[in-house]
Write a protein that binds this ligand. Structure first.
Ligand code: C2E
Ligand code: MG
Ligand code: MG
Ligand code: MG
Length: 283
């Protein structure tokens, strides 16, 4: 300790600022739920076969009173580290189910779930309760998990996934292709949907084998009976190629950015019957 003292002092001011900023953010985050500073935005997914809007992904935003809107990349990792992702994630599920209960019955809602929520030991209970409270059928809720969840690869995680599946909840593999062993995860659980990571879509323009990779994943999905969604579709050209390579669905700025609920309600399909149960859409 004494030896390192010079070095420690050298880094001190900078470290201090960073630690203080982090600590401040953590304290703010502890209050944010009670202060209702979190909001969900929704990004639609489009089915390529019939051009219909099949589902929406809930994406969390933090309306910080001083710092404005903070994107998830800037606070979710900290929330995971300090355990706050469990209560925040519960709020996300409950809010998403409540919102989706107002949508046409053909539209599902997808929620991102962190590893810590699986470890909490009460994910299934919480989801059962959220579905009951909102009246949303389990089949309209989809959970998006990344390799982080399966990395824990313990009995508990798989058992939880199977219990959720038994309830009728759908499970998607998010950011497919970016992990260390995405392929082997497909073997560990029968996912409903593969979400092809945005980086592969981006590569379509530049990488010589870009199309071949998308085609291979789409084929894999088809063989396994899984839907394949291309993430981050921004241009007509990407859309054209993705369709040609056989993906079933697309999500991206070309279709719509993630939007607040009121805005989403205007994008949703309407039937006379749906309109009755969709007060927001009547406007
Ligand atoms: P993700 O689940 O892979 O979500 C997709 C991200 O890609 C979103 O970023 C979305 O806004 C962005 N995106 C969609 N289409 C396009 C496009 O065409 N171009 C570009 N450049 N980006 C596009 P966002 O909302 O910033 O979320 C980032 C990540 O934060 C999510 O990645 C997810 O891992 C995490 N996240 C978001 N909400 C939650 C949540 O409620 N709980 C948990 N645990 N994680 C969340
Ligand atoms: Mg996701
Ligand atoms: Mg993703
Ligand atoms: Mg991601």
């Amino acid at each position: 300790k004494l030896d390192g003292r010079g070095t420690f002092r050298f880094f001190e001011p900078e470290m201090d600022v960073r630690m203080q900023t982090r600590r401040r953010l953590e304290l703010d985050m502890r209050q944010a739920l009670a202060r209702r500073e979190f909001v969900l935005h929704y990004q639609p997914q489009l089915n390529l076969a019939n051009q219909s809007l099949t589902g929406c992904e809930a994406l969390l935003r933090w309306k910080h009173p001083e710092r404005g809107t903070i994107p998830p990349a800037e606070f979710i990792p900290l929330a995971e580290e300090v355990g706050l992702i469990v209560p925040i994630g519960e709020w996300v599920v409950r809010q998403a189910c409540r919102d989706a209960a107002l949508w046409p019955s053909s539209v599902t809602v997808a929620v991102n779930v962190s590893p810590a929520q699986f470890k909490s030991g009460r994910l299934v209970e919480m989801i059962v309760s959220a579905l009951a409270a909102s009246g949303l059928p389990a089949s309209r809720l989809e959970l998006e998990i990344t390799e982080g969840v399966l990395l824990q690869n313990n009995e508990h995680t798989l058992e939880t996934l199977h219990r959720l599946r038994t309830l009728g909840v759908r499970v998607s593999m998010d950011d497919f292709g970016t992990g260390y062993s995405s392929l082997s995860y497909l073997r560990s659980f029968p996912f409903d949907k593969i979400k092809i990571d945005r980086s592969f879509v981006k590569d379509l323009a530049t990488a010589p084998d870009g199309d071949a990779i998308i085609r291979a994943i789409a084929g894999l999905g088809r063989s396994l009976g899984m839907t394949t969604v291309a993430e981050g579709v921004e241009t007509e050209e990407q859309m054209r190629r993705i369709r040609a390579e056989g993906c079933t669905d697309v999500q991206g700025y070309l279709i719509s950015r993630p939007v607040p609920l009121e805005e989403l309600m205007r994008l949703l399909p309407q039937t006379p019957q749906d309109r009755l149960s969709m007060p927001g859409a009547a406007r």
